[in-house]
Each structure stands twice: as C-alpha cells, then as structure tokens.
Design a protein around this ligand. Structure first.
Ligand SMILES: [Zn+2]
Length: 894
C-alpha cells in the first residue's frame, strides 16, 4: 500500500495463542491475534453486489481445521448481518451454528457449534449481508459522474468489513470468488474469470479462478459499469514461458485515458522478474483507477487499485502526475513478489512489504527512467524519515504491535522510507550482486508462504558469508528507533591521516530523548586532496572509532556519508565543515543533498544559526539539479515562518529568495514549452509555489493571477475554463486566485467542484480553494469538506492547506474543535492517526501543544491510532517552540 482503540490485554492473549488453550466457557475474545487451534484452509466467497443499493449480500464458505476439541471458534467480522451459519463435518453432516459479534469495534466474532466437535476438518458456511462501507474500507461505494461503483480496500484489517474470515496475514489460503452483478455491470477480481453465467433474474454471475494462497488483506474485487480495457500483453520471458494478459479498469468513459499507464507496465514487470529471477506469479495484471481511495494505491495480486489520477493520463496531465504514475506502478508491482508472494506473518514486519517495495521502486525507476533520478528520491526519502525518526515518539522499523491502532499507524515514513534507506545501506555494504543473491533465495524459499525479518537477514547473511556481525548490524537498525549521529574529526597530527569517529543518537534542540544509543553503522567516507578522491568504508559498531585514510596527504576535504548511502547524520568541527563547504562542487548530487541535510540538522540542533543556513542555501541554489537547488527551501521556510520578527526582516528574507530563485523561474517562464524536460516543469511548479504562495513576490503573484483569471472565466456552458492555465501551475494559480479575488473565486470553484470529475483538475481546485485566507471564506471551504459531494479521500486537501500560517492555524483549530464529530464520522477510524497532524501541524508554541493534548486526551479511545498521532504532533510542536526560543533575532539580518 502507499501511503497512513483502546489498549488490549494483548500479552495475556498471546499465551492463549501458543496452544495452552482449552475451549472452555471462560475463553475470552481474542482482541489481538486469533488463536492457532482453528486454521482456515480455503475460502469460497460468493457475493451479490449492486452498487446502486445500500447493502450487498454474500456467502462465505470456509474450510477450517480444528486442532483441538472445541465448541466454538473465533474469527473476524465487522458490521455484518448474519442470517445463517452452519458447520459441516467431512462426512457432510451439517449443523446449525451461532454467529455472534463479541467485540464490535475490533470486529471479533464467535461461531458457536452448540456442542463439542472433535479435531478435524470442517466446512463453515456463513450467509450475510452488509452495508457498503462509507469510509473507503472493506467493500465500499464511490461515485463518478453520479454513477455508483463498488471497490475493495482490505489492508490492513478491513477485510472483516467485507466478509467473515480469519483476518490475519499468517493465514494464507486459496480463495475462490464469484461476484454477481445486475445487467449493464461487470465484475473484476484478483484472477481471471473462468465462467460468466446469466441468471434467471437477469443478473450475471462471474466465477473467478482460484487464487494462489493469499492472506485476507490481499483479496480484491470490484463491481459496477466499469470500462475494462485490454492493454498490451506482458510478453513471455525466460522466467515465464507464456505471455500474461494486462487490463485496465476505470469508471465509464475513462477507459481510453488508461493507455499510457498500461503501456509502461510490461517493462516494469519484466524488469522485476529479471531482478528476482522469478516469474510474475499470478494469472493476469489489471490496474484499477478507483474514483476514491484511502491510500495512494494497493498491491492486490492481479488487481492493483490506484487513486484514479495516477492512472488516467493525457497530454494535459501535470508532469508530477506522469512521474508519480510510473513510480507508484513500480512500487505496487514490486509488491507482487514482496508481500503478495512472500507475506509477513504479522504486522510488526509490514516493513518487509513496504520498505522493499519502496527500495525496489527506486531501483526499477533508476533502470527504466534514469532521467527521473530515483537515486535522489531515495536520499530525500531517507532525510524525510530522519526528521520523523529524531522524535522520541518515533516508531521502530519493526515495531511491536499492541493493538489495532498500532496496525493502522504502521504505514508511515519509518516503515517506507527509513526501511528502504536501511536496505539500500546494507545493499551497498554487502555489494549489489551478493544482496540480489540473498533476495532471490529468500523469495524462492518462502514463495506463497510467510517469512519474517529474521528469515530475510539470515538469507542475506548466508549469501554474503558474513555472519553474526552483519546480522547484528542490520538488526540494530530494525529493532530500535532513532537516527545515528556520526561525529567526525580529521586527525593528521599523529602519523598517517585518520578520521576520528564517534556515534550517538541525533536529537534536535529541545528533545527530551537520551543520546546514548548504539548502532553498527556502515560508515563510508569520501575524501579528496588537490586532484582525486577516494572512498573508505568501515563498520562502526562501538561508541568511538578511528578510520585510517589511505594516501600520504592529509585530505583537503572529506564527506562523512559517501554517496549519501548511509542512514545516519554527521557533524564535524567548524574548520572541517568550512573546508567541505568550499569543496561542495566536488560532491555528487546525492552528497550535496546529504550536505544540505547536515545544514538543516545542525540548524535544528541549535548548532548553526539562520545566517549560516542561508549562506549554505546560497551555495546550493545555483545547482543545475532541481533537487539540490531547492534542498534548503524547508529550512528557509522555517526561518520565514517562525523566526522573522517584523516586516523589515521578512523583506530582507524575501530579497534573498528573489535573488536566488526569481531569475530561474523567469527563465523557465510560466507556460509549458514544447518538448521541455519534465524536470523543468517540476522546478517551475516548485518555484512558483515557493515564491508566489510562501514569499508572495508581487511579480510572481501577478503572473499566476493572470492564469487564474483565465481559468476562472466561465465558458458558454457555465463551466470553468480550467485548461486555459498551465496544468503544472493550475493549483498554485487557483490558490493565488482564491486569495486575491475572494468570494467570486471561491463561489466559482466550489460550484465547479460539484460538477467536475476530472481528478487532476479536482485536486488543483481543492488545493486552490483551500488556500483562501479570509476567515469567513475559509470556514465556508472547510464546511464544504463535510459535504458528500467532496470525496472522503479529498477532505484533507480542503482542510490542511491553511495550517502552516499562524492566523490560518487559529481559525482551523476553532473550526476543527467545533466540527470534530462530523469529521470523524466521515473519515472513520483508519484516518485516526492522522487527525492530530491534520489539524495542528505547524504549531510552534507551548499553548498549541497544550490545547492539542487537552483536546485529544479524553478522545483517544474513540479513534484508533490517535494516541501515536497525538504524541508525534505534540512533540513536533514542542521542538519548534524550543528552536524558536533559541533563535537570535539578529541572525536573520546578519
Ligand atoms: Zn506499498
């Protein structure tokens, strides 16, 4: 998946699961893991779905092995209305059974047999109906152009809304699905249909081929009047002796816009096969453009679902969307091996899915689309993760799971980007070929079964011949949170040149954490004298170390994170840092990003003041590489938002931004140019947003307003002329338009939003209208977020864009506290972990931290995951407060 209770008596239940369990009347509902004495062997699921109705019907027939005498079993089911349950033994003798929901919120149910059954194989049949979910979970309903469709999203624990079952990833079994739909509609699922039968009532029943063994969270199907488009076949390869059919699925009328996404798919699949040395393991590939979706995309085997804008592309599509479409496809298709073929047994190892898919996505993108610079995405991703990982409240990559909230909040930057960065670091440490051998062995050994982090580390250790020291090193990053800080000091006074190394935990100013923490860090250093440069690596597994630098000369400069391949931060004495700064031009783009991260990290630690950070920004801004040129914009924005005390300081900062970036934006111009690199379009968007919306340079706003005025002009049919603006700038332009034109612009945009179903245009309008600053209009926009015409997955865009500015945050808080119940009712529990951040991020005072705590504390039980979201957002606000208090007001002006 791409990127987002109460505490349970979990420890006690784990004992039950270990087998010391007896089916007694005292048996308590398992709110954590289900016990292992009732094990599903296979499912037949028969659904009857008409998305125009409010409910659907189904029958689940589950083969279950009872491993001990029992008069009941536990399984999952949520919001299901069960009309009949039976249990039959292997001789076919059937008895009525009782289905009873016992923990509604967790979705745990009991099936009573009315008598004690012997150990053996049984067939459990449950007939049920259920409402279509309104919060994008289980089997949910969405509309496109007023026409309803039904789609599924099961991960992580929402299959229990769709059908009764053993909703845990360790229970992998084959599934036989059939879906009946009314006339004019079609059904798709994980596998190809094997039978399509017209029923007496005019409905059509689609029966699908049995799946490979899957966990419940990967079961997927969809029903409605979809366009199903055939893409190019994925040709046979040396791994797979046959061609594999490829399909695209989109809402009625949108199928033709799938062509570009389908065209890029075969190359991705075959590149993945070449890496794994293992054939694509399912019978087809289908890509579904879901009109509303909670995550970015979901890797269901054979039926990958995406937010529609990731698949529906045309010449008008923003450059960012085109690139994201490729990146996300590579991610989800990598999951067909990592996650779908080899599955983690429990959610503490979800990183095995997500870290791998993120890392693999970069590898495939770098190979097939080198111009996208996935190598830089990887460094940016690691740095994004490090910001989160410097919080005391950060999760570990392998975080123990205590409750359902821990499962639902496990899909964060630690799981994805930190996990990917750690994999990349150890890939470099072992060597890419050795690492690949280990991965291939791991996939072969655990295909269609479950595997843990220990299995992976063991496979890599075996392939590399590096034993326990490697295993310890890798686990030191998996099993503890935090970012290592490697302090370096050049020592040329004692014979051969050397680097003194010292490790601790990186913590920003104001943190209450302990710096005393030890990793086994693969440290690689690149250093140079007048002419060349060399690289040296060493595993730093003690507090302090000394790395001898080969070569007689004392290096002129050194970069403590060569290639930015290491997941660590560094700091060095001022004199060493000055020499590194002087040599920035000798660093690779990746290393320049690591240099920028060192500047930002030192600033946040209070070691570097604003003027020094701005000087570093001047050094990097001229880079031809977009990511490097804008690398320190977040540091600038912090200074701009929180440190500048008055108009004079802001004017001075605006001059800095103008000098560094306006000529560049003007050279790019505000319109697309025929044949321009998509990176130019991305830089134009980034600079226009920074200079137009953050720094508010009048000339940039004037140019954007001119585009907004064109786009806001109504055409003859009353619709807005949104294609009149540059699609890459549409959102930014509409934001300026909403801010400058006020009510007429807001009226026009809200009106258009109720009629427009083009995803990219909708996103631009949502972001634009959400940027409105007038308090009364901002309230109107937020109220509109609660309107059913806004999709659940779109709400955050209307709400969040004003939260970065002080006044906007105040009015947002007022609105949020008054409308909290309505927000939760629409978004549901899955978004719980994100609520504190959605409404309070950007806060920078103790008062804001306190009011957030006071508001959520009594509500933590109501929304799953909110406890972690609260702890992290509060900590971020407190760190910002501490950093702000430390700033010297004169530093901005120096
Ligand atoms: Zn994923």
């Amino acid at each position: 998946m791409l990127h987002r209770l109460r505490l349970l008596a979990f420890a006690a239940l784990a004992v039950c699961a270990s087998g010391a369990f007896a089916a007694t009347p005292n048996d308590v509902p398992p709110l954590g893991k289900l016990p292992r004495w009732a094990v599903p062997q296979g499912y037949t699921l028969d659904f009857r779905v008409d998305p125009r109705q409010t409910t659907y019907a189904g029958t689940a027939t589950i083969t279950v092995d009872l491993k001990q005498p029992a008069d009941h079993l536990w399984l999952h089911g949520r919001d299901l209305d069960v009309s009949k349950a039976t249990i039959a033994d292997s001789a076919g003798e059937s008895h009525a059974a009782q289905y009873r929901a016992v923990a509604e919120k967790e979705g745990v149910a009991e099936v009573g047999f009315g008598r004690v059954l012997k150990p053996g194989r049984y067939t459990l049949t449950i007939a049920f109906s259920a409402p279509f979910n309104a919060q994008l979970q289980g089997l949910y309903k969405v509309s496109h152009e007023g026409v309803p469709y039904a789609v599924t999203q099961m991960e992580p624990i929402s299959a229990r809304y769709a059908f009764p079952g053993f909703d845990e990833p360790s229970f992998k079994t084959p599934f036989k699905l059939s879906v009946s739909v009314p006339q004019g509609q079609t059904a798709v699922a994980n596998t190809l249909p094997v039978k399509q039968q017209k029923q007496a009532d005019g409905w059509t029943r689609y029966e699908f081929a049995p799946t490979q063994p899957l966990p419940t969270y990967l079961v997927a199907f969809a029903a409605g009047p979809w366009d199903v488009v055939k893409g190019p076949d994925i040709p046979a390869t040396k791994w797979r002796g046959h061609a594999t059919p490829l399909y695209g699925v989109a809402a009625q009328g949108e199928g033709k816009r799938l062509a570009r996404a389908l065209e890029q798919t075969p190359a991705i699949v075959t590149a993945l096969e070449d890496y794994f040395g293992y054939a694509y393991p399912f019978d087809k590939v289908a890509l579904v453009a879901a009109p509303d979706f909670s995550a970015g995309a979901m890797e269901n085997p054979g039926l990958v679902t995406f937010r529609d804008w990731l698949l529906l592309l045309d010449p008008q599509s923003p450059a960012y969307y085109v690139r994201a479409s490729f990146n996300v496809s590579a991610h989800e298709l990598a999951h067909q091996w990592f996650g779908d073929t080899v599955t983690m047994p429990w959610w503490n190892d979800i990183w095995l899915n997500e870290a791998f898919a993120t890392w693999m996505q970069g590898k495939i993108t770098q190979q097939l689309r080198p111009q996208y610079r996935a190598d830089l995405d990887r460094v940016e991703g690691a740095e994004y993760a490090m910001d989160n990982d410097s919080l005391v409240s950060a999760r570990r990559i392998r975080q123990p799971i205590g409750n359902n909230g821990d499962i639902e909040t496990a899909f964060d930057g630690i799981t994805y980007q930190k996990g990917a960065a750690v994999l990349g670091m150890f890939e470099r440490y072992l060597g890419a070929d050795v690492f690949q051998r280990g991965i291939r062995a791991y996939v072969r050994e655990h295909a269609f079964a479950n595997a843990t982090a220990d299995d992976l580390v063991a496979a890599l250790a075996k392939a590399s011949g590096k034993g326990e020291r490697f295993e310890r090193a890798m686990k030191s990053f998996l099993d503890q949170s935090g970012v290592p800080l490697v302090e370096t000091r050049l020592d040329c006074d004692h014979g051969e040149p050397a680097l003194r190394l010292k490790q601790s935990r990186y913590l920003p100013l104001g943190s209450t954490g302990e710096t005393d923490r030890l990793w086994s860090v693969p440290v690689c250093v690149r250093y140079g004298d007048g002419a060349g440069a060399r690289t040296q690596c060493e595993l730093l597994d003690r507090r302090e170390g000394r790395m001898a630098l080969a070569g007689a000369q004392c290096p002129v400069w050194y970069m403590p994170n060569a290639d930015a391949a290491g997941y660590y931060r560094f700091s060095m004495p001022q004199a060493d840092f000055a020499r590194l700064t002087a040599a920035v031009g000798r660093l690779s783009d990746r290393e320049q990003l690591a240099y920028a991260d060192a500047v930002d990290a030192s600033f946040r630690r209070g070691d570097l003041d604003a003027s020094a950070a701005l000087a570093a920004m001047r050094t990097l801004a001229p880079s031809k590489t977009r990511q490097v040129a804008v690398a320190l914009l977040p540091t600038f924005e912090w200074i701009w938002r929180y440190e500048a005390r008055d108009d004079a300081q802001r004017a001075r900062l605006a001059e800095v931004a103008r000098d560094l970036y306006l000529p560049r934006l003007q050279a790019l111009g505000y319109e697309r140019r025929a044949g321009e690199a998509d990176d130019d379009a991305l830089l134009r968007s980034a600079l226009a947003s920074f200079l137009g919306l953050e720094v508010k340079l009048p000339e940039v706003r004037a140019a954007l307003l001119a585009q907004a005025d064109r786009a806001l002009r109504a055409k003859a049919d009353g619709r807005l002329d949104l294609t009149a603006a540059n699609p890459d700038l549409l959102g930014t332009a509409l934001a300026v338009g909403a801010q400058e034109r006020g009510k007429p612009a807001v009226d026009a945009l809200l009106g258009e939003l109720t009629r427009n179903s083009e995803a990219a245009q909708r996103n631009a309008m949502l972001g634009g209208v959400g940027a409105v600053t007038d308090p009364a209009l901002a309230t109107r926009v937020r109220d509109f977020a609660l309107d059913p015409k806004v999709k659940v997955g779109e709400m955050a865009m209307l709400i969040r864009s004003s939260r970065d500015k002080g006044a906007g945050r105040e009015s947002l808080w007022t609105w949020f506290t008054a409308n909290y119940d309505a927000v939760v009712k629409r978004t549901g529990s899955f978004a719980g972990g994100e609520l504190p951040s959605l409404f309070a991020r950007g806060g920078c005072s103790q008062a804001e931290a306190d009011r957030l705590q006071a508001f959520f504390q009594p509500r933590l039980d109501e929304v799953s995951g909110a406890a972690r979201g609260l702890a992290q957002t509060r900590e971020q606000i407190e760190l910002c407060t501490a950093l702000r208090a430390k700033q010297d007001p004169a530093a901005v002006l120096r």
